[in-house]
Design a protein around this ligand. Structure first.
Ligand SMILES: Nc1ncnc2c1ncn2[C@@H]1O[C@H](COP(=O)(O)OP(=O)(O)OP(=O)(O)O)[C@@H](O)[C@H]1O
Ligand SMILES: [Mg+2]
Length: 138
């Protein structure tokens, strides 16, 4: 039987609250005996996604939602905020050469998430943003 476990968390907009999501992720991974490497990569995905949702969204609700669905093969991470939304097409793709000569060093999170995940989807409107990340665990 496919052993699938789920965790749904409402995170208040509090400094360092992504650590709560990371703790849940860690425990689920241990339960399913997922390798530390894979969980380490998943931690980065969650951290970048949750920080974006808290930092950029101008959330209209006092929380963001984080859902994890995990089995031994794959992890799905869904991070939803209820903020202003954005158009991913307008976000400039960062390039290391340009960043070296620029005072603005940020803007790596989305690129990193795309590269570290196996599927990455952004669904954004003026009612908020939902990112769905799939990460293979084998
Ligand atoms: N959930 C979100 N709601 C609204 N805007 C977002 C959201 N996530 C990302 N953005 C927009 O996309 C831009 C790029 O995000 P990205 O994570 O790549 O870089 P960053 O957060 O600005 O910097 P870094 O992640 O390197 O610290 C953000 O600056 C913001 O304008
Ligand atoms: Mg970011």
């Amino acid at each position: 039987m496919d052993k699938r476990i789920k965790l749904e968390i409402k995170l208040p907009l509090v400094k360092d609250i992504e650590l709560v999501a990371l703790e849940g992720l860690e425990l689920m991974g241990r339960h399913l005996q997922i390798s530390e490497d894979k969980i380490g990569e998943a931690r980065i995905l969650v951290t970048e996604g949750v920080i974006n949702a808290i930092e950029h969204s101008e959330n209209k609700t006092p929380f963001v939602d984080v859902h994890f669905i995990m089995n031994v093969d794959a992890l799905v991470i869904i991070i939803t905020d209820y903020g202003k939304g954005f158009d991913p097409a307008t976000i400039e793709n960062p390039e290391i050469g340009k960043k070296m000569n620029s005072d603005y060093k940020r803007g790596w999170g989305l690129k990193l998430m795309k590269e570290m995940s196996d599927e990455f989807e952004i669904d954004s409107s003026e009612d908020g943003t939902k990112i769905t990340i799939t990460k293979n665990l084998r």
